[in-house]
Design a protein around this ligand. Structure first.
Ligand code: PLP
Length: 410
C-alpha cells in the first residue's frame, strides 16, 4: 500500500525549491504533475516508435497505432464504457465540449430548442453553448447557484421541459469543489428526453466515473488534470448518441471515401477525430490511466478527501479568511480570500514562501460574480501531497495574514 510520502518518488518535479523554499504544489485543480511511468511511456515512444498512426503499414506506424489504441482501451475500461468506439480523443475538455456544441449546431439544434447549463460552469462549458445558441436561435438557460455554492435544483426542475435538448453540467465545481447531484440531474433530463453532458474535468480523480452507472450521454475531461500530459483529453459518448453527431471537423483520418465533390465518413470513433492526433500525448494519457488504476481509485479518493478536509478545517479556524460556499459535499478544491487582501497578492506572497496556489476567477467568472467576488485563491491537493504540506501551507498563510494585518494597521 502506498502513502503520499512514498508515492512522491514517482514525481521528481516535486523535489525542488522555489524562492529558496521546498515547493508545496497545491494547484492540482489546474494541472497535476506527471509520474515517472507517464514520462517514460512518452519518452520510449519518441525514442523508438514515433510515426503516424492508422495510415502506414510499416513497423513504426503499426507500433504507434498499437500504442495509441491501447490507450483507448485503458480509457474505455477506466470509464466503464461499452466499447472503444465510445472514446473520442481530443486536445482537452474544452475541445471535447466545443466538439459537441459545434456538432449539435450543424443540424441538431434549431430555433425554439433549449440548452441548460449552470452558473458554476468553467467557461469551457458555458461559452460553447452561448455560441451554439447564437448560431441556431436556440435559447440558453443558466441554473443559478445558492449562497452555499449548490445548484438551485428547484430552478433546474422548473427550467427542464420537452424543449430542452441538452443539459451541460460539471460533476464538480473547479472553484468551490461542490459535488453535483448528477443522478438527479440526469434523471430529470432524461425524463424530458434531453441529453446530458457531464464535464468531468474535476471529477476524474474522484471516482465519479462509471459511465454505465452514471448513464450520462457525454462525459469529458482533460488528461493534464489526472496525471497525463497537456493537450490531451477525452470525449466519451454513448454509441447511439455519438452516431447522431455530425462531424464538425473534416480532413484526413475521418473519411470512408472521398470524391472531388463530396466525401463519406468513417466509423466511430475516427469519424470525430479528423487529422493527426497527439499520439505521444495519448500514449502518456493511457499510461496515466494505468497508473491511477494501479494505485486504486478508493485509495486516491480517500487520500485527497482527507487532505481537503484538513485544509478546510484549518481555513475555517482562521477568522481572517472567507471561504467561498459551504456545499454538502466538496471534492478536489476549496477557494478562499483573506479579508481585505486581493487574491493575487495572497497567491504571490504564498509563492514567495514556496507554496503554489492558483488565484483569479478560475475561468468561472459568473460563479465568482454570484459570490460577489472578482477572484479567489484556490487550494487543490492531489494524492501526492502530505498532511505536513497542508500544515506548512497554513503556516505560510498565517505569515501572509500577519503581513496584511501589519500593513492595514499602518
Ligand atoms: N472544465 C473544468 C471544470 C475545468 O476545471 C477546466 C480546467 O480548468 C476545464 C473545463 C477546461 O480544461 P482544459 O483547459 O484542459 O480544456
Amino acid at each position: 500500500m502506498w502513502t503520499p510520502e512514498t508515492i512522491r518518488n514517482d514525481f521528481p518535479i516535486l523535489d525542488q525549491t522555489v524562492n529558496g523554499r521546498q515547493l508545496i504544489y497545491l494547484d492540482n485543480a489546474a494541472t497535476t504533475q506527471m509520474p515517472a511511468p507517464v514520462l517514460e511511456a512518452m519518452t520510449s515512444y519518441m525514442l523508438h516508435d514515433h510515426s503516424n498512426v492508422h495510415r502506414g503499414i510499416h513497423a513504426l506506424s503499426e507500433r504507434a497505432t498499437g500504442l495509441m489504441e491501447k490507450s483507448r482501451e485503458y480509457v474505455y475500461s477506466f470509464l466503464g464504457a461499452k466499447g472503444t468506439e465510445e472514446i473520442i480523443f481530443t486536445s482537452g475538455a474544452t475541445a471535447a465540449i466545443n466538439l459537441v456544441a459545434r456538432s449539435m449546431s450543424f443540424g441538431l439544434l434549431e430555433a425554439g430548442d433549449e440548452i441548460i447549463t449552470t452558473e458554476m460552469e468553467h467557461h469551457a462549458n458555458l461559452i460553447p453553448w452561448q455560441e451554439a445558441c447564437r448560431r441556431t436561435g436556440a435559447v440558453l438557460h443558466v441554473v443559478p447557484v445558492t449562497k452555499e455554492g449548490e445548484l438551485d435544483y428547484g430552478k433546474l426542475e422548473a427550467l427542464i421541459s420537452r424543449r430542452t435538448k441538452l443539459v451541460a453540467v460539471t460533476a464538480v465545481s473547479n472553484v468551490t469543489g461542490t459535488v453535483n447531484e448528477l443522478d438527479r440531474i440526469i434523471r430529470l433530463a432524461h425524463d424530458a428526453g434531453a441529453w446530458v453532458l457531464v464535464d468531468g474535468s474535476q471529477a476524474v480523480r474522484h471516482g465519479m466515473l462509471d459511465m454505465s452507472a452514471m448513464d450520462c450521454d457525454f462525459f469529458c475531461f482533460s488528461g493534464h488534470k489526472m496525471m497525463g500530459p497537456t493537450g490531451t483529453g477525452v470525449l466519451y459518448g454513448k454509441r447511439e448518441v455519438l452516431e447522431q453527431l455530425p462531424p464538425e471537423t473534416f480532413g484526413g483520418g475521418m473519411v470512408d471515401q472521398v470524391f472531388t465533390d463530396h466525401a463519406t465518413y468513417g466509423d466511430l470513433p475516427f469519424r470525430l477525430e479528423a487529422g493527426t492526433p497527439n499520439i505521444m500525448g495519448i500514449i502518456g494519457l493511457g499510461a496515466a490511466v494505468k497508473y491511477l488504476t494501479d494505485l486504486g481509485r478508493d485509495e486516491i479518493v480517500n487520500t485527497e478527501d482527507r487532505l481537503l478536509s484538513l485544509a478546510e478545517k484549518e481555513l475555517r479556524a482562521r477568522p481572517q479568511i472567507d471561504i467561498l460556499g459551504s456545499p454538502v459535499k466538496r471534492a478536489g478544491c476549496i477557494s478562499f480570500n483573506i479579508k481585505g487582501c486581493h487574491c493575487y497578492d495572497t497567491a504571490k506572497l504564498l509563492d514567495q514562501l514556496g507554496v503554489a496556489m492558483r488565484s483569479g476567477h478560475h475561468c468561472a467568472e459568473p460563479l465568482l460574480t454570484a459570490f460577489g467576488e472578482t477572484g479567489a485563491v484556490r487550494l487543490s491537493p492531489a494524492f501526492y501531497n502530505t498532511e505536513d504540506e497542508i500544515l506548512e501551507a497554513m503556516k505560510a498563510l498565517d505569515r501572509v495574514i500577519r503581513l496584511i494585518e501589519r500593513t492595514v494597521r499602518k
